[in-house]
Design a protein around this ligand. Structure first.
Ligand code: GAL
Length: 729
């Protein structure tokens, strides 16, 4: 069958159809029936109905049960499971099982196993054991994909495809090496160009023949950072190429069905911007550690990243746990209500699917202690009761599917920056990029400001404020784009270690942050990381306020920029630390140090204030509020307000005009109580207006503010208050 691109549905239309066929939000999880006797399958189907499950992911790890030995297939059991699911009204997200090449294949081709940088080879007996560049691995997994496409594309239970599982293994083996060389030959017009880009004159690494170019295997001492950056890019691209090859096969068989793979939280190996662009939806596996009281904050960051990867399109929770996982030293179970709250948090942040790993807890194998929708003890448990309750509740929330959130603030999150920053041989090899991003995300999350993530190539025009935490690597084009954003009237906040290197990971000369010197109106002549864990330097403001910085400082020169704070102790005493520059119609703030929390929050508050950004709703601390809006099929507007209480005690929230509480189907307005770890999901009255940001701004402004991070938005000018005078931030 030939597919003409113009006949293909858009990703958004495929998702819309998926949810129409599922009857709303997707609910279910990974189902591994091959681990159980057939009589259990029937009980599973019945219990799934009881739990409100409408989607299960099948065959993720089933290669050895589908291709018993080379070219000998057994699809009979999978046919039966697909039929059983259909008979019970349950849809299937069918996986290609390429994460687990079977033992017979590894026996035939031991070099399928990925090789570590030190040349040692992984052993069989786990999963993700493949070098994605191995030609036989590729051919065999594509052949199986073709067979699955042929066999199941028309099956009435099939709702979507799930390619592979958590792509990630990096290999330094011979097949990866060959593919790396080809990748480089595509990227660089000549070997001279590569020599130039990799600065091979340093340490005498000049190449005279392409065959000399190898993967960056375990070096004698330190290895070339430009080469290692390219190897990161190659690793992500080579896995993506394989994903695309499987996707294209499945697309040919099922042009209208969504095709995704599952992402991991804070996962450095794959550039998820590039990956998400090739999928119908971003899909996340999320396992917050219940031992961390604020695990929901880093979960929120990952949720907003997923929402942003496809520019606000609804995304999927592809996996989460009902209770404990089995991957940490102590695997604590989620407290009652937390699984429900985490699920609604994902929905509030744009997810239209709530799926778990897995349906039935395994009896054997590595993850036998990982909780499931049906645990070892069976259905007569708290967890299964919570699973059923959530499944029932979600049925009343179908109207949320397809709706989106709007943000006026963006944070830059970029894999090139991540890779380049964490390669070592830098002034600070302990820098954790994700934590740097979290440091800027957290105050905005606490202030209930909806944040989008963007990368260096994104359209910045929707945003009043753009934040660049350690945006270390910038191309000339992206630097120009950020500059234009400011000169057109945007507000930019830039932290240390931004714009330092170009796309080859070589330093931009003339003072840091090279790519942004112009827009920041300031430059640093030397980086001064602070050595001691607790080492601090004092800061002072022109009007006598005091604060502190730690971890990182710079010898900064303010050119055209105004100095907002200076170093007041240590070797940089008297040197500017924080500057703000007027550039065209906009402004650019530079933080050359890791500021003390109070000042960090205060400066962000002031930026939000100046950018006219307000919280979704003014609420007590620990309460998260998000809004999702869109239109019904008839074009009328809908808006939903989701209020999540992450506190272990009830809170009072003023929802003003309110709306219909979808979980109780009752009208709600004014001050309402949200129970501990509870949620409120309101469909707002929107009959007389069309949802837009101006309206939301009007709605949120000028109202009494209760104690919350929102109060920090009232900070106004921190200089006029004096840093020390701020007691509420
Ligand atoms: C995911 C993986 C699942 C399961 C789960 C629980 O990373 O995709 O197969 O292992 O973790 O640990």
């Amino acid at each position: 069958m030939t597919i003409h691109p113009e006949d293909l549905l858009s990703a958004e239309e495929r998702l819309k159809r998926l949810h129409e066929r599922l009857g709303g939000i997707a609910y279910g999880g990974d189902y591994n029936p091959e681990q159980w006797p057939r009589e259990v399958w029937l009980e599973d189907a019945r219990l799934m109905q009881q739990a409100g499950v409408n989607l299960v992911t099948l065959a993720v790890f089933s290669w050895s049960r589908l291709e018993i030995t080379d070219g000998v297939f057994d699809f009979g059991w999978l046919d039966d499971v697909m039929d059983l699911m259909h008979a019970h009204g349950i849809g299937v997200d069918l996986a290609t099982p390429d994460a687990v090449p079977p033992a017979w294949l590894v026996e035939q081709h031991p070099d399928i196993m990925p090789e570590r940088a030190d040349g040692s080879i992984f052993g069989f007996g786990s999963r993700q054991h493949f070098d994605v560049s191995h030609p036989v691995y590729r051919a065999k997994s594509l052949a199986l994909t073709e067979k699955m496409g042929e066999r199941y594309a028309q099956h009435p239970a099939l709702r979507m495809w799930h390619v592979g599982n958590e792509y990630g293994p990096t290999s330094y083996g011979p097949w990866a090496e060959k593919a790396f060389r080809t990748w480089l030959q595509r990227k660089y017009a000549s070997l001279d160009e590569l020599n130039q880009a990799w600065s091979t004159t340093v340490w005498g690494q000049h190449y005279t023949d392409w065959n000399q170019v190898r993967v960056p295997a375990q070096p004698r001492t330190w290895s070339n950072p430009s080469r290692r950056l390219d190897f990161h890019r190659f690793t992500s691209d080579s896995m993506l190429e394989h994903f695309k090859a499987e996707r294209d096969i499945l697309r040919r068989h099922s042009p209208d069905l969504p095709i995704v793979t599952n992402f991991m939280r804070f996962y450095k190996t794959n550039d998820y911007w590039a990956w998400a662009a090739e999928e119908d939806a971003a899909a996340l596996d999320i396992y917050p550690d219940p031992r961390e009281a604020d695990a929901h904050v880093s979960a929120a960051l990952n949720f907003d990243l997923m929402r942003s990867l496809r520019q606000g399109q609804p995304w999927m929770v592809m996996e989460q746990a009902t209770g404990a996982v089995s991957q940490w030293s102590v695997n604590v179970s989620k407290l009652p209500g937390k699984m429900r709250l985490g699920s609604y948090q994902a929905i509030a942040q744009g997810a239209d699917s709530i799926l778990f790993f897995q349906w039935r807890q395994a009896k054997g194998g590595t993850e036998r202690y990982h909780s499931a929708m049906v645990n070892h003890a069976g259905p007569n448990t708290r967890i299964f009761r919570e699973v059923c309750e959530l499944g029932q509740e979600l049925k009343s929330l179908g109207g949320l599917t397809g709706t989106r959130s709007t943000a006026k603030v963006a944070i830059v999150f970029d894999w090139d920056c991540w890779w380049a920053l964490e390669l070592g041989n830098s002034p600070r090899s302990d820098l954790n990029y994700a934590q740097e991003v979290l440091r800027f995300y957290r105050p905005l999350f606490e202030a209930n400001v909806t944040v989008d993530f963007v990368n260096a190539n994104s359209d910045l025009s929707p945003y009043s404020l753009v934040i660049m935490p350690a945006s270390y690597l910038l191309t000339d084009e992206s630097a120009a784009r950020f500059g234009k954003y400011v000169s057109d009237g945007g507000r930019l906040v830039v932290s240390y270690l931004s714009g330092v290197v170009d796309e080859d990971n070589t330093i931009r000369l003339g003072g840091y942050p090279g790519a942004l010197r112009n827009v920041l109106g300031a430059w640093s002549e030397e980086m001064h990381p602070l050595a001691g864990e607790d080492e601090q330097v004092k800061l002072s403001t022109p009007d006598g306020g005091t604060s502190a910085a730690s971890y990182w400082t710079e010898h900064l020169h303010a050119g055209t920029a105004e100095v907002l704070a200076s170093y007041a102790s240590g070797r940089l005493a008297g040197v500017p630390a924080v500057t703000r520059n007027a550039f065209g119609q906009g402004t650019a703030l530079y933080l050359s140090a890791r500021l003390d929390d109070d000042l960090h929050r205060l400066l962000l508050s002031e930026e939000l204030h100046a950018a006219g950004v307000v919280p979704e709703l003014d609420v007590p601390a620990g309460v998260q509020v998000r809004r999702r809006a869109g239109t019904k099929a008839d074009g009328t507007a809908r808006s939903f307000l989701l209020v999540l209480n992450h506190n272990d005690a009830p809170v009072q929230v003023d929802v003003h005009d309110g709306g219909t509480d979808l979980l109780s189907d009752r009208p709600v307005q004014g001050t309402v109580e949200v129970e501990a770890n509870g949620v409120l999901i309101l469909e707002e009255k929107v009959a007389s207006w069309h949802w837009d940001w101006t309206r939301l701004r009007r709605q949120s402004s000028g109202r009494s503010r209760t104690r919350s991070a929102a109060t920090s938005l009232e900070a106004g000018s921190w200089r006029s208050n004096g840093i020390g005078a701020c007691t509420h931030c």
